[in-house]
Design a protein. Structure first.
Length: 368
């Protein structure tokens, strides 16, 4: 994959990539060499959305089925299935001739560049330029994606997926899907943050959490404490359509076996039974891993060893349920596990984007 990171120092090894970036994304001169200073519009569009630009026969055929299967597969894990990305299709003709269709947030432009009759291949060759194409031809398996930003609008992501045959295009789409979805997620971080913190930050609550839980977490100002007993924080944001919740606590660390699906469930159920209930007598929150599995994976969380869990919760002895995402993060200084859980109650509403907002807030966590 070819791209140049913003702010990265330029070494000899980067000169080619810098040249390619300039060649691909520079549009600062007119035909007579005069400079253009036309202001670019701001990119628009919903989060978790991706525009696919391809020949119509590709979109309507098996390759289009591959795109839909991988790029709009189910988001982990929600009570009702929702796709990880909402896909929208543009033909290369519409994309070229309708300026507004070039001002959305995220694009995947794909073509078999050996297809001389392909309008998308022609568009791709023009946008990428001969140097990028030559680099692809030297190693089609390695250099088959070019990623760029702000080509037609500010705050825009453009991903060119190349191949030298229809079969290779399918394989490249499969192989690159995890990385390209992460690119879209990263691009969504700005609007997610703007929405999450539009009310500002509760720095007083942040300081209290850091003092008691030994974790720094950016708390939106519209999250209010429901529980704060020194051992756990339950924070809530209530809207007309949803209840957003954060649960933060700590457990003593003994060994890495604690970073497992079984232990995450046990920790979460312990907190749910102690702190989260409704007005119904003997009600409390538990993990429901019968109707849907509890998904878990080990990962590096901002430099600390951690375990991520995703699943659904329900209220025992009551009729409430929803989705959650939970992290167990090792704090080596205190020899504790910090648990940060985001859970949502939004009956009758779509939940993916709301869960992405909770996840964005949790991702701000840092162990000092």
């Amino acid at each position: 994959m070819m791209y140049f990171k913003k702010g990265e120092s330029i070494s000899k090894g980067h000169i080619l990539l810098v040249w390619l970036t300039i060649a691909l994304f520079s549009n600062s001169c007119t035909k007579d060499g005069a400079s253009q200073f036309k202001m670019k519009p701001n990119a628009f569009g919903e989060i978790a959305s991706l525009v696919v630009v391809a020949d119509k026969e590709i979109w309507d055929g098996p390759i289009g089925d591959t795109i839909r299967y991988y790029y709009s597969s189910a988001y982990l894990i929600l009570p009702q299935p929702e796709p990880i990305l909402d896909l929208k299709y543009f033909s290369p003709t519409d994309f070229k001739n309708v300026p507004l269709k070039r001002e959305l947030k995220s694009y995947l432009i794909l073509a078999n560049i050996n297809d001389e009759s392909s309008p998308t291949a022609s568009l791709m060759k023009k946008e990428l330029g001969p140097k990028n194409l030559d680099l692809f031809l030297t190693n089609p398996q390695k250099n088959n994606v070019v990623v760029g930003y702000d080509r037609w609008a500010k705050g825009q992501l453009i991903m060119f997926q190349m191949a030298d045959s229809q079969e290779s295009l399918v394989e490249n789409l499969k192989a690159n899907m995890p990385t390209l979805v992460k690119k879209v997620r990263s691009q969504d971080a700005v609007p997610l943050g703007a929405n999450a913190y539009q009310s500002g930050r509760n720095t007083t609550l942040e300081a209290d959490i850091e003092a008691k839980m030994k974790v720094r977490l950016k708390i939106p100002n519209d999250f209010l404490p429901a529980i704060n007993d020194g051992k756990a924080f339950w924070l809530r944001k209530e809207t007309d359509k949803a209840s957003f919740n954060l649960l933060i606590s700590t457990f003593n660390y003994t060994d890495t076996k604690q970073f497992s699906v079984e232990n995450l469930k046990a920790m979460r159920d312990t907190l749910g039974k102690k702190y989260v209930s409704t007005r119904t007598p003997n009600s409390y929150m538990i993990v429901n891993d019968v109707d849907l599995p509890l998904y878990g994976q080990s990962l590096n969380f901002n430099g600390k060893y951690a375990f991520e869990g995703r699943g659904i919760w329900e209220i025992e002895n009551d009729y409430m349920a929803g989705a959650f995402i939970c992290y167990l993060i090792h704090n080596p200084k205190t020899n504790q596990i910090v648990l940060i859980d985001g859970f949502l109650y939004a009956p009758g509403e779509t939940k993916r984007n709301k869960m992405l907002q909770l996840e964005h807030i949790i991702q701000t966590a840092r162990i000092p």
